[in-house]
Design a protein around this ligand. Structure first.
Ligand SMILES: Nc1nc2c(ncn2[C@@H]2O[C@H](COP(=O)(O)OP(=O)(O)O)[C@@H](O)[C@H]2O)c(=O)[nH]1
Ligand SMILES: [Mg+2]
Length: 436
């Protein structure tokens, strides 16, 4: 997701690092690179044009910030303008009835499940219901999802119109004191009049707090054209972009806000219930510029780890005095956080390097097995691990002495690296230390 842009932007920005003064020529060259990157990533043509115009004006104006070199100035401007076209502030879902609309197969039903799950986790009372009367299988799909998540599914007798269903579901949600009613709707392969009228009638019946358009990011610019048609008839209040996991270009994500005037609220990044992220314009911009997505990383880490444990560990790590017990603990935490390659790509400096690296979770298990085969004394004082101990550890963990050596070396490297970081060298991460 967005990998292409990240790669191109880091190329452009690193060229700028060699520049001493922001002349017309320098700015124009940088902008030409950025323009190509945006168009290649399938960003809307007009959006690209407006974006570049603003960056150019600011880069050449007297606004150049004191204390920043030319590269930093341009990066700051590009970053701020990226946040701007992505929509500025993150926008939450307003309480009430939320109508999900879009073409067939874009991921409406799946997204409702994901969002119901998120809202429930955050302590809201959520119910779901489906008006997709033409496809009983679609209703069943939502009912199953709701059972998995543990939120009520409002089903009614057969033969009711979508309008009647939505009215009744709305009544029931009110009676039961729900914070949110998520309403699924039918889709079509193409925009058609009958569908639009059906959706309009539902909208009238329930007066929704949000009308969310669900778009398949892989459909590129076409998704925007369809969104516009829906917006004209229904007045969209937000967009969910699904299948961002399959779209390395990400152009639609950058174009929606500026070209339709409606904010992206969530992105879908996989088929599973957890595969959804709130859309934070600032973090996405950081990701695009390869600055890493520290905040998302921290938040995901916090979900899996108790904060206290993390605190203790990070203090030890930063002080450079962590032992192999701590290392094992860290590996466990990392494994609890979710798919590793997704997570690693959020670490500054790792994203672009990671492009062709598949993180092998088995390696983590192997490292853990090696550490498990050590005595408590060896774990807290790895220096005592001599050749005969190495042989014993390797045999015990079903690995080779060379694997034990590699692990010990990486542990030492990591300690060194942490000391350096602590010494004020700051971020730029060296390569991720646990790769066999
Ligand atoms: N890879 C990926 N697949 C998704 C995502 N969201 C939905 N899907 C898949 O897209 C297909 C259609 O989803 P569905 O929710 O039934 O679409 P609907 O017709 O709009 O309700 C299903 O196979 C989903 O698993 C996503 O974010 N990433
Ligand atoms: Mg559906």
């Amino acid at each position: 997701m967005l990998d292409l842009l990240t790669e191109k932007f880091s190329g452009t920005l690193s060229k700028l690092k060699k520049v001493r003064k922001l002349t017309d020529k320098v700015v124009n060259n940088a902008l030409r690179d950025i323009r190509l990157a945006l168009l290649e990533a399938d960003v809307d043509y007009d959006v690209t044009k407006r974006f570049l115009k603003r960056v150019r004006e600011r880069a050449l104006s007297s606004e150049v910030k004191k204390g920043l070199d030319p590269a930093e100035t341009v990066i700051t401007i590009v970053y701020e303008e990226l946040v701007n076209i992505l929509g500025g502030e993150k926008e939450d879902l307003k309480k009430g009835t939320v109508l999900f609309v879009g073409l067939q197969g874009t991921g409406k039903t799946t997204t409702i499940g994901k969002i119901a799950n998120l809202l429930k986790k955050n302590g809201s009372k959520v119910a779901v219901s489906s008006t997709d009367v033409r496809r009983p299988a679609a209703m069943l799909q939502l009912q199953r999802l709701s059972e998995n998540i543990g939120v009520p599914y409002y089903g009614f007798e057969e033969g009711l119109s979508p309008e009647d269903i939505s009215r009744r579901a709305y009544q029931r949600a009110r009676e039961e004191g729900m914070d949110y009613l998520l309403l699924d709707t039918a889709g079509r392969l193409h925009v058609d009049e009958e569908l639009m009228e059906e959706l309009e009638s539902i909208k009238k019946a329930v007066n929704p707090s949000e009308v969310i358009y669900v778009a398949d990011a892989m459909q590129g610019q076409e998704a925007l054209n369809v969104a516009r048609a829906f917006h004209e008839r229904l007045g969209l209040t937000g967009v969910v972009l699904t299948k961002m996991d399959g779209d390395a270009r990400g152009g639609v994500a950058l174009s929606v806000r500026e070209s339709i005037g409606v904010p992206v609220k969530f992105i879908g990044v996989g088929e599973k219930l957890e595969d959804i992220e709130p859309f934070y314009p600032d973090r996405i911009a950081q990701r695009i510029l390869g600055l890493g997505d520290i905040q998302s990383l921290v938040e995901r880490a916090q979900e899996a780890i108790s904060e206290e444990d993390a605190q203790v560990l990070s203090t030890k790590v930063m002080a450079g005095d962590f032992d192999l017990n701590d290392l094992r603990e860290m590996l466990r935490m990392i494994q609890n956080m979710g798919p590793l390659d997704k997570l690693l790509s959020m670490i500054p400096g790792v994203g672009a390097q990671l492009k062709n690296v598949k993180v092998d979770e088995k390696q983590f298990k192997r490292i853990e097995a090696i550490i498990n085969s050590m005595t408590p004394e060896e774990r807290s004082n790895p220096r005592i691990i001599n050749m005969s101990r190495k042989k014993r550890i390797a045999a015990g963990s079903g690995t080779k002495v060379s694997d034990v050596n590699k692990l010990l070396k990486q542990y030492q490297d990591m300690k060194k690296m942490m000391r350096k970081l602590k010494g004020g060298a700051g971020l730029p991460m060296p390569k991720f230390p646990f790769k066999f």
